[in-house]
Design a binder for this molecule. Structure first.
Ligand code: HEM
Length: 220
């Protein structure tokens, strides 16, 4: 999830702190929910939903870095742009805890399929996770250098929009199917953030195209 030109393969301490910190937060929150719920089915389901939302935060920071850098240049957006690869990897790490919760549900409901795992989870979730895995692995500088830049960019751009779509579909599907006392904080707020983030990406893209066109006109 990084489009910066070639960087040093040295591990950046700031990036490492973000990845390890985010993974520990997701792991710690999931473990606390499971422990307070005696590691039962409902606790596992809650941990699954919560890790999806924590992963959402890391994903959004990676998704929004470039458009914010373009639309609101400043120290904060520059910091975010420099750290977007770390937030992408943090998202990948946090999603492994989502997967861990799914596997635990399978163990708790064995030999049946857990009733909350739908066919749609398989159809869109598995390809989505495959993309997340590929993006996370290819974010490592050493691996990135072995991949042609165009192929790398295609993978990461496709993955970014695919994951955005999976979040959107999961949340819209859930809000229409599931009962909750807090639909705004549980679903609508996340859907609003997704739509706003996409709006910012489109606006940033248009602004980039316009400035390229103006530069081309100025050169002639
Ligand atoms: C990139 C991949 C994925 C993303 C972005 C994602 C996202 C989400 C989100 C946003 C939720 C919260 C929904 C809610 O609160 O109602 C969720 C829950 C869930 N996800 Fe995932 N997911 C992914 C992969 C998968 C996969 C591969 C499976 C299973 C095969 C799966 C199974 C579930 C289940 C069972 C829930 C809980 C549903 C419930 O409580 O009723 N997810 N996921």
């Amino acid at each position: 999830m990084d489009t910066a030109p070639a960087r040093s393969a040295r591990v950046d301490r700031g990036e490492l702190a973000i990845v390890v910190g985010a993974a520990l937060v997701s792991f710690g929150v999931a473990a606390t929910i499971l422990a307070t719920g005696d590691f039962g089915r409902e606790a596992t389901r809650l941990a699954l939903r919560t890790t999806a939302r924590l992963s959402f935060v890391y994903f959004m920071l990676a998704f929004l870095a470039t458009p914010l850098g373009r639309l609101r240049p400043g120290p904060a957006s520059r910091w975010l742009v420099r750290r977007r690869r770390a937030f992408g990897v943090a998202f990948g790490a946090s999603m492994t805890i989502h997967v861990g919760c799914i596997l635990r549900l399978y163990a708790l409901y064995a030999p049946d399929r857990p009733p909350m795992v739908t066919n749609a989870d398989f159809l869109i979730g598995i390809p989505g996770l495959t993309l997340v895995g590929l993006m996370t692995i290819t974010s490592a500088i050493a691996i990135r250098r072995r991949i042609p830049p165009n192929a790398w960019k295609r993978l990461h751009t496709t993955g970014l929009y695919a994951v955005w779509s999976i979040f959107f579909l999961c949340l819209v599907d859930s809000v229409s199917r599931k009962e909750t006392d807090h639909p705004i904080t549980a679903y609508y707020a996340f859907i609003a953030v997704l739509l706003t983030a996409m709006g910012l990406r489109v606006t940033a893209r248009i602004s980039q195209q316009r400035s390229r066109e103006s530069e081309a006109i100025a050169r002639h």
